[in-house]
Write a protein that binds this ligand. Structure first.
Ligand SMILES: [Zn+2]
Ligand SMILES: [Zn+2]
Length: 383
């Protein structure tokens, strides 16, 4: 029989207490005073700053090493992240690395297999013996260790920014309710949605090996973390919403910081790898749907689909290899200072001609794939 969980008095009191307090104070304040736009702006600003510190700092930088950051950026991410009151960056990263390593199993600290509410916040309320695992790299960072020792105090100082402004402008009580009480609850539950909703609702375009989902509704609510299927596939990529139209405010902030030279070495998966993964999933789903058709219809179509997909796959791989080889050659030539030489122009012309041939092959493979897909879909209509 599974043992009954022991509850963490501190965590239960804090999580439930802040929620109950906000549920009473916010409607009371609105009924008595109404709401001024500055209160909404202050609350939204704090939610955005602290949520982005969690997403860019705790998550993409410290848990996944998706980019390098200068110390002032690391310092600010650690200070604002502490104000989320979601433990230190070190403990957060330890739990999160375990989540990726053991996703959907008993060893996953917030496994969705135990239900929506467990993954959302019950796991935080349980008293656990688990120490720090797999964060030796972070334990060498003095800034991370400083934040680990003092995260509650640092968090309190940052979280009270609305109160300092309130004292100066004579809006202390209004800012206490909107800028602190409501803000803490919003920060908690937007982050928690990634562990719960993003493992339950949405699509799985890149992999179905785990429960992580892409969900465009969650993305604006979670500072861009809603594309969780992509994230579980390439956790080291600094982006979650990888396409230009996908909401990923953390990625946009990091792009801006990169442009300013404050963050470097942003890691990205290649477009070819993404297309290959999507294609593989699409083929898998079509083959599964073909099971409903008779073997005489299904078998040749499944074979055709597999062959067409493999041809596109091979074309994408060779295009990618050609591009990477060219980038390496370019870097080599640049280092030698030979970029304007005649030999260089000749190499470039040869590369362009080879690329044209590879693109032709890719186009032909893609047409074959589209034709195979169309045939399968038509067969499924009449199956
Ligand atoms: Zn996850
Ligand atoms: Zn992650």
């Amino acid at each position: 029989m599974p043992s009954r969980p022991r509850w963490s008095v501190l965590n239960v009191s804090f999580l439930v207490g802040t929620l109950v307090l906000a549920a009473i104070l916010v409607p009371l304040k609105v009924a008595v005073q109404g709401v001024h736009w500055t209160e909404v702006a202050l609350c939204a600003g704090m939610v955005f700053a602290i949520g982005t510190a969690i997403s860019a700092g705790y998550h993409r930088l410290f848990s996944h090493r998706a980019f390098h950051a200068s110390w002032p950026v690391r310092f600010l991410l650690l200070c604002f992240g502490a104000a989320s009151f979601e433990n230190s960056a070190l403990k957060w990263a330890s739990d999160h690395r375990l989540h990726h390593q053991h996703v959907d199993t008993e060893k996953d600290p917030y496994t969705i297999q135990k239900g929506f509410w467990y993954a959302h916040w019950v796991w935080v309320m349980e008293e656990k013996e688990s120490g720090l695992v797999g964060v030796a790299d972070l334990q060498k960072d003095p800034l991370v260790m400083w934040q680990h020792r003092h995260h509650f105090l640092i968090g309190a100082v940052v979280a009270c920014i609305p109160l300092y402004i309130g004292l100066l402008t004579g809006h202390f009580w209004a800012y206490l309710v909107m800028g602190l009480s409501l803000r803490i609850v919003l920060t908690h539950h937007t982050t928690f949605l990634i562990n719960s909703a993003a493992h339950m609702f949405g699509s799985r375009p890149y992999t179905d090996a785990n429960t992580a989902r892409d969900n465009w509704v969650l993305a604006p609510l979670t500072y861009g973390e809603g594309y969780h299927n992509f994230h579980h596939m390439w956790q080291w990529d600094y982006r979650n919403g990888v396409k230009w139209y996908q909401w990923d405010s953390t990625k946009w902030v990091l792009n801006l910081l990169s442009w300013m030279g404050l963050v470097t070495k942003l890691r990205r998966v290649s477009t070819a790898s993404m297309r290959r993964a999507r294609l593989q999933m699409e083929e898998k789903r079509l083959r599964e749907r073909l099971i409903t058709a008779s073997p005489a219809v299904a078998t040749p179509l499944q074979e055709r689909l597999a062959a067409a997909r493999l041809r596109v796959d091979a074309a994408l791989v060779s295009l990618q290899e050609k591009r990477e080889a060219w980038e390496a050659l370019k870097a080599e030539w640049k280092a030698k200072g030979h970029t304007k030489a005649e030999q260089w122009r000749q190499a470039k012309a040869e590369w362009k001609a080879a690329m044209a041939l590879h693109r032709q092959e890719f186009q032909a493979a893609w047409e074959e794939w589209r034709a195979a897909r169309l045939e399968v879909r038509s067969a499924l209509v009449y199956a």
